[in-house]
Structure formats: C-alpha cells, structure tokens
Design a protein around this ligand. Structure first.
Ligand SMILES: [Zn+2]
Length: 456
C-alpha cells in the first residue's frame, strides 16, 4: 500500500472505547486506512509515534477566536490551537446585524489564512436573526447558535446587543423544535439576581475573584439552567448548556438528561475542572460564569465520568493581560485556553483515574456528532479528514504563555507542569505543529461548513 503519511507504532485512541496499537495511513488529506501495527506501507512521510497516543484531531467546541485580535484571530488563534493539539475550533460570534452578513464576514475573515480549521456559532439576538436562521443554517453550514439569558435590558448594550426576555427565548426554542438538526447553546445565568448581588459583593468583598463568584454565585446559574431546561422541554427543543461550572447546575442537567435522553447536552470548560476562585490568580482568573470552589470541581469530574458532561472545551478568549489590570470589577472576563485544553484536561482526568479514551471522546467524537462535524471530523474512520493529534503521556512540560503562539500574552496555567502535550498536530494529512512549534503554512486551515447536528 502507498500513502502520503504513515503514523506508525503508536496507540490509537478510539474515542469512548479504548486503545488499539495500530498504524494510520493518510492519503489525499483523508484517513486511508487503520492498519495492523507494522504493516508494510510505502509512505512519503513517516511519523514514529512510539510510546505516544494517536487521537483523532481534537475539536475545541467553545472558543472566541476574535475577542482580542479581531479577524487576525483566525490566523493567530488557530495557530495557538495547533500548537496545543487542536485541529478544529468552533468560535462564537456576537453581532446584532444581518445574520447572513455577520456569518459571511467571518467566513471571509478567516478563509484562506487559518492555521487550523474553524467553524462558527453566531448568537441569535434579534427577531430578524431568528427569521434568517433556517436559511443560514443550510446555506452557510451553521446548525448551532448561542443565546445569552443574561442579555436583559441594557446588559448587552456594550456589545451593541438589544435586550431580550423569556418570550424571545421561548420563540427561539419553538423555532428549534420545528427545525430538526438545529441546536441552541445557552449561557444560563439569572442577571436580575446578579444586579441585586453585585453591589453587595463590591461593598463587602476583598477585591478578588472570590467577589466575582459572590456577585453571581452557583444558584444564579443553576436557577437559569433549570428554567431554560424546563422551557426547552415545554417547547420540545433540544438544548446544549454551555460552560456548566457548579454542582447545582450540573444536577439540573443530570435530571433533565434522565428525562429527555439525546435532547439535553452538557458542556464544561477545562478551567472549571482545574481552577477555583480560591486558588487561581486574581483578577486574571475572572471569567463568566465565575470559577467556583473545590466541591464544584469534584462534582464536575463526576459529571465527566457519568456522561452528564458531553463536551469539554476551553472558552478561549485571547485579549492581552493589560485588559485584566486594575480592580476585579473593571477587568475583562475570560482568558486564553485553546492551547492548554488537551494537556490540562488529559493530565487532570487521568490523574483522577478516568480512562483516556472516555476523556478524548469529550474533545473529539462527542462534539463532532453534536455539532454536525461528523463523520468528517472527530474520528479516524477511513474517509474522515486526516486530522490527528499525537500526544506524549509521559513527557512533562511546564506551561509558558510565551510558547503558546497566541495574540494573548498570559495563561492562568503559567508554570503548571503537565503531561499529554502534543508532539504532532496533523491537519488533513499535513503536519502543522511539531513539539510545540507551528510548522504549517497559514492558509492550510479553513472554514468548515457543518451539516445538521446529530441531535434527533
Ligand atoms: Zn464563551
């Protein structure tokens, strides 16, 4: 057999199932075959993966590639992603303009200059956008979208976003119920309680991210999560709850999943599994929803283990550290994470005794199925895109923001020692990152239109 690229002598990770010593042959940008280890293949390039794990290319389902660098983020942040072992990033858009134009602008901004592949989830914030969604979904390959329960009244005005209410949310969920294969990704917090608690936390706190948690505590998230799950059930809509942070909200999702299997999906982000408001640097660790406490971290790992959490992403936001200067109330929210997702999640998860194939599922086959990237992404089945992430479980590395290739210039994980760093990141058969350096050409990555989601 002939191939363009042969990855040999590694342990192939079959998401959700286990490890398999096999060689992977890639030709014309696609997986050509999974072969018994040692099968003779004539290949233009051979990557020796001895002692390493060979994963389907990792998908980060929750990023904001342009929050900071603007359109240049499609180059800089997909490069950072590749360095960290992520081959496809799904990035959120927030704009109240004409939906087709909003999406097309970011397809044009990134097309032809990506260092890795990317897809888009726009927010739906106006009636016109609701009306335009079915058409945009099919024409531009956008089956999923974002909704912020927090943008009440003037809350979204700083981003030019009009206020919404539960009536708009219900109409949105009813549209989803009538549009098979569409999926709302909901940010659940009750902003009216945040308005009440914020001034108290400012007055009584110690000026750290503990106050940020006190101003929008766990029940504020859990209440909104329960409410939107109830409304989705009433409307008959599937729902994906983004960035679950705490035991109380996780419990709501667990109950809803038991009632409506395959209609309710849960996501957390790696920082909620590895940082708390008591230990993370402040105000660097300011993020929405806030970092919580040690018991919430334990709960979320239980959710990863029992399947309440389907997907783990990064919520990558790539502003400069300068935007975090000053007091906790003025600092921006969010921090970079696309390049640290794989090593932090796999190191923490395996340290806690979870099996690597189940962990890998949360970053590959699960997001691929849920977000309409399968069967092209998320697996190493013959015919899939030749996207591969090779990690070394043993080699220990210290995270340094300066090594991560992002527009941003800091990491909340600075100085943390991790395993499972990417030795090779391969996009459609081309090695784009090797041992922490980007070696591909900008433009190798591109916009990925998606099919309808795997929901129903
Ligand atoms: Zn986000």
């Amino acid at each position: 057999m002939r191939a363009d690229l042969l990855i040999k002598s590694g342990e192939v990770v079959i998401p959700g199932q286990g490890l398999w010593p096999a060689d992977v042959a890639i030709s014309d940008g696609k997986v050509a075959a999974l072969l018994e280890a040692g099968t003779s293949v004539e290949a233009r390039r051979v990557v020796d993966a001895s002692g390493r794990l060979v994963l389907p290319g990792v998908i980060d389902a929750h990023t904001h590639l342009t929050l900071g660098p603007g359109g240049d983020g499609y180059e800089s942040e997909t490069r950072s992603a590749a360095i960290g072992g992520v081959t496809t990033s799904l990035s959120y858009l927030l704009d109240s303009g004409d939906l087709t134009e909003v999406v097309q602008r970011d397809i044009d901004a990134g097309g032809g200059r990506g260092c890795g592949d990317y897809g888009l989830h726009p927010a739906l914030v106006t009636d016109d956008q609701l009306a335009a969604f079915p058409d945009t979904m099919d024409k531009l390959g956008i089956p999923s979208f974002k909704f912020f329960m927090t943008f009440r009244g003037e809350e979204g005005a700083y981003m030019g976003i009009p206020g919404n209410d539960d009536g708009f949310l219900f109409r949105l969920l009813r549209m989803v119920a009538g549009l098979p294969g569409s999926l709302p990704c909901v940010h659940a917090e009750n902003v009216e309680i945040i308005w009440a608690l914020g001034p108290e936390a400012q007055r009584d706190g110690d000026g750290t991210i503990r106050d940020w948690d006190a101003s929008r505590p766990d029940f504020v998230e859990a209440e909104a999560t329960r409410r939107v799950l109830y409304m989705a059930e009433a409307a008959g809509a599937p729902i994906y709850v983004v960035h679950i942070t705490c035991r109380a909200a996780l419990e709501a999702v667990r109950e809803a999943k038991a009632r409506r299997p395959a209609m309710v999906f849960g996501e957390t982000c790696v920082h909620y599994l590895s940082l708390t408001c008591d230990t993370a640097p402040s105000p660097m660790g300011k993020v929405n929803p806030p970092l919580r406490h040690a018991d919430d971290v334990e709960a979320l790992w239980e959710g990863v283990a029992d399947g309440t959490i389907d997907v783990v992403g990064s919520d990558h936001v790539c502003r400069k550290l300068a935007s975090k200067e000053g007091d906790i109330w003025k600092a921006t929210s969010g921090f970079p994470g696309v390049a640290t997702l794989v090593p932090v999640f796999l190191s923490e998860g395996t340290r806690r005794g979870l099996d690597v194939a189940s962990l890998v599922d949360k970053m590959t086959s699960a997001p691929a199925a849920i977000f309409g990237l399968a069967p092209r992404k998320g697996s190493l089945m013959p015919g899939a895109d030749g996207d591969v992430t090779i990690v070394d479980p043993e080699a220990r590395k210290v995270i340094r923001a300066a090594d991560l290739g992002s527009f941003s210039d800091y990491s909340p994980y600075e100085g943390r020692q991790v395993g499972y760093t990417a030795s090779h990141t391969i996009l459609r058969g081309q090695v784009i990152a090797e041992d922490g350096a980007y070696v591909g050409k900008p433009g190798v990555g591109d916009y990925v239109p998606r099919t309808r989601t795997g929901v129903r």
